[in-house]
Design a binder for this molecule. Structure first.
Ligand code: SF4
Length: 442
């Protein structure tokens, strides 16, 4: 059994081994431990139990329709005001162009424009749906949903009804920041508090919409506040089961003068691992490469994260705050990043349904060897997607993922037996899915 030189982390290890749920003291112990490697091993074992050797990403695009916002959160370098030099409003045509490539997810968030009516935000989704009928739309944070409800003087349910009719299929986790009134006073006092954020996500879950959750860390919050944030999310997930993924967002200091530097890589890894272990009811923990940077995101894949987000296209929000990562990534690069971390890449959709798996280079089923196309096509496991779809009638991505994990173990065992050669019959490929995968490479 794993041991640690840190007695407080040892207590967490013992509790994990006994299957006991972790509490606030354990969360604090993990965020404060000097045994970062031991913490990583513990979180990694937990990740492996859930998703085996797989790490997921999605072919996606971000659409930020405008950077003009009625609020002025202190930490935000993205938002601006009408008439400012850098203010922009995307036309529907430009939005259509941005999403017209073969992608699986469109992530839509942006400013709350003082002159836009709710209808304009609805039209954004309609334009995306028209330009790309098969991409899933993950749109608008709880803060924007609340804004629309006030703007139109309608209920949150009515807002969702209109957005769902326009194509919304899931909701991002932004706007949560830190669930702390103290932090809200300092950083974003005009913005709604955590009770409303949780309420809106609960309404979404009741409607059957799956959502994500975030934590913005590395500024003025305390470790206790981070842990409390995780516990509030876990408590809600116990009730609703509607969260798919948790994304710890490393604060980008940019021009804000709030802190002098971004959280260290060690701090990032502690936060990722602590999230994995505290949020025992969340299916996925994402290492958002845009904010972590490629190197730390890659390391996070050994510290409990099982997802890297996606190709993105052109990221604007973190880059307005001087994020040093590239604005987008190719499929090839994401696959390489995951493989270099010793993981097997999986392509997913916005709801964490599995699209395909990228086998290890060297196996005789490796697409590049068989098709000579650079190795960026996923190879769907035989029948997996069809079975996943059958099981996924209620959009319950966890079952789908469990199936992949089982299949992954099988593939790994076979690969171990035959060195790097995976027998062809152990895996893959229907004509239809090959075709679908080939069409979805960027
Ligand atoms: S964080 Fe969001 S709500 Fe706050 S100013 Fe920026 S865009 Fe507006």
């Amino acid at each position: 059994m794993q041991t640690s030189t840190d007695p407080r982390l040892q207590r967490v290890i013992d509790k994990q081994a006994a299957g006991d749920r972790l509490d606030a003291a354990d969360g604090l112990a993990m965020l404060e431990t000097h045994d970062v490697v031991g913490l990583g091993r513990l979180a990694n074992a937990d990740k492996e139990r859930r998703t085996g050797p797989f790490v997921a990403f999605v072919l996606n695009r971000q659409v930020n329709p405008t950077n003009v916002c009625v609020l002025s959160c202190r930490f935000c370098d993205f938002a601006t005001k009408v008439g400012d030099d850098n203010a922009y409003e995307m036309t529907l045509e430009k939005i259509r162009q941005r999403v017209s490539e073969p992608i699986r997810e469109v992530h839509v968030v942006g400013g709350m424009h003082p002159d836009w009516r709710f209808e304009r935000y609805v039209e954004v989704l309609e334009a995306i749906r028209e330009a790309n009928p098969t991409a899933q739309i993950k749109a608008y944070t709880a803060v924007e949903i609340d804004f629309f409800a006030h703007l139109e003087k309608i209920s949150v349910d009515e807002v969702f009804e209109r957005l769902e009719a326009a194509g919304m299929q899931a909701m991002p986790g932004g706007g949560a920041e830190v669930f702390s009134e103290r932090v809200r006073e300092i950083m974003y006092k005009e913005k709604m508090g955590h009770e409303r954020w949780l309420e809106i996500h609960e309404i979404a879950h009741r409607r059957g919409l799956r959502t994500n959750a975030t934590l913005l860390y590395g500024h003025v919050e305390t470790y206790e506040e981070r842990v409390n944030h995780l516990l509030m999310l876990r408590e809600m997930q116990d009730r609703t089961g509607g969260f798919l993924s948790f994304i710890p967002l490393a604060f980008q200091p940019g021009y804000t003068n709030i802190v002098s530097r971004q959280a260290s890589a060690i701090e990032d890894l502690r936060t990722i691992a602590t999230s994995r272990l505290m949020l025992d009811n969340f299916p996925h923990i994402k290492a958002y490469w845009v904010m972590l940077g490629e190197e730390t995101a890659s390391m996070a894949l050994q510290w409990g994260a099982d997802d890297l987000d996606g190709t993105i296209g052109e990221e604007l929000i973190a880059h307005a705050a001087l994020a040093s990562s590239p604005a987008g990534m190719t499929t090839h690069k994401l696959v390489k990043l995951i493989r270099e971390a010793g993981r097997l890449p999986v392509q997913r959709d916005a709801l964490y349904n599995v699209v395909g798996v990228y086998p290890a280079p060297g196996s005789d089923t490796h697409w590049a060897q068989r098709h000579g196309d650079g190795g960026v096509d996923p190879v769907p496991m035989r029948g997996l997607l069809a079975e996943a779809k059958a099981l996924d009638v209620e959009g319950h991505g966890v079952k789908t993922w469990e199936m992949v994990t089982d299949a992954g173990r099988e593939v790994r065992e076979l690969a171990q037996k035959a060195a790097t050669e995976i027998p062809a019959e152990a895996v893959w490929l229907t004509e239809e899915l090959q075709q679908e995968s080939a069409e979805n490479v960027v």
